[in-house]
Design a protein. Structure first.
Length: 330
């Protein structure tokens, strides 16, 4: 991805200058304005990819300024509004709180950088995200009854995330977890998987829901390898500088039931069955940096993977030991 251009519109010159230097150090190309008129002029000559705008900008106000900025843009624009912590009223919370485009002053820099990275990712992958949502709706939107299917389940989990988190503030931890989950999700979507649920510092995903995805075991293996190969390039890795960030991934293939669960007022479509339980336990058995697969998944992959290790392990709920394979795609 090309270097992202960020427009900062911040009336406090000391804050603006500090923020400009910090974002420049973080790898962004920064343009700086202290007022709306200058911001408009810069945006016209150098259209930004992202903007950090003071919500209470003098002359126009941040929201009106952002609306005008949008009107002059020929490409998607990600915007983060900033507001002093002392000025957060109940009505302001109701309008903005919890959204990607709202952050409090004084800034917590890792959180702001993470918001910008996340906005940039979503803008540049907008077509893929929309297509995936459309596929998800098409597959599940009208599902009224459960169906039995042969699927490949993938669980991924960060090793030692709790320990990493203890020495860092909650904002940094949240930013790191969100960035990491986006990295995992991007690989899953790229290889045709469906995200069933996020699990704190990990997730459960499903391959094979689509009847056209006959080789779902290989698709899941590709997604797992992609996650492992690119983990060090995530922004999460930079937030945990000096920490050896590792994932454990478990895959299992088998019969499962796909369908709606829960009461009518809170119904989700999910995957249930022993296949899900076994995939989760295989993930728990995976060592840091390891892709661990069941014998059933290996039977489908065979010579398309290199075997790094084979072992027998007893898992909760199983009377007999289970053979698992530590693998890497060829």
């Amino acid at each position: 991805m090309a270097t992202q251009r960020v427009l900062i519109v911040e009336p406090d010159q000391q804050t603006a200058t500090w923020l400009s230097r910090a974002l420049g150090t973080a790898g962004f190309e920064v343009s700086l304005a202290f007022d709306a008129a200058t911001g408009h002029a810069i945006a016209t000559s150098l259209p930004p990819d992202l903007a950090v705008i003071d919500l209470f900008l003098t002359q126009t106000g941040g929201v009106t300024f952002a609306d005008h900025l949008w009107e002059g843009q020929s490409k998607p624009l990600g915007i983060v509004f900033t507001v002093p912590r002392d000025y957060v009223s109940q009505s302001l919370r109701e309008r903005f709180f919890g959204l990607e485009d709202f952050i409090l002053k004084p800034f917590h820099l890792p959180e702001l950088i993470e918001r910008l990275h996340r906005l940039s990712y979503r803008i540049h992958n907008l077509a893929d995200v929309v297509a995936e949502l459309g596929q998800h709706t098409g597959r599940f939107g009208n599902m009224q009854a459960a169906r039995r299917m042969i699927l490949t389940l993938m669980f991924a989990d960060v090793r030692g995330f709790t320990g990493m988190s203890e020495s860092r503030d909650p904002e940094t931890v949240a930013a790191a977890a969100n960035n990491l989950l986006e990295h995992l999700a991007a690989s899953v979507v790229r290889f045709g998987g469906i995200i069933d649920k996020f699990l704190g510092d990990g997730m459960m995903t499903v391959f094979g829901i689509d009847e056209n995805s006959a080789d779902h075991e290989l698709a899941a293996a590709h997604a797992a390898q992609d996650i492992m190969d690119n983990l060090e390039d995530t922004h999460t890795a930079s937030l945990f500088t000096g920490i050896d960030l590792k994932l454990g991934i478990g895959l299992h293939t088998g019969a499962a039931v796909v369908g709606p669960v829960g009461p009518p007022f809170r119904r989700d479509v999910t995957v249930i069955g022993d296949t899900v339980n076994l995939a989760s336990r295989i993930c728990s058995e995976a060592r840091p940096g390891e892709i661990l697969i069941s014998h059933d998944t290996f039977q489908a992959l065979q010579n398309r993977v290199d075997i790094l290790d084979i072992r027998e392990t007893f898992m909760r709920g199983k009377r007999l030991s289970q053979r698992v394979y530590s693998v890497r795609l060829k």
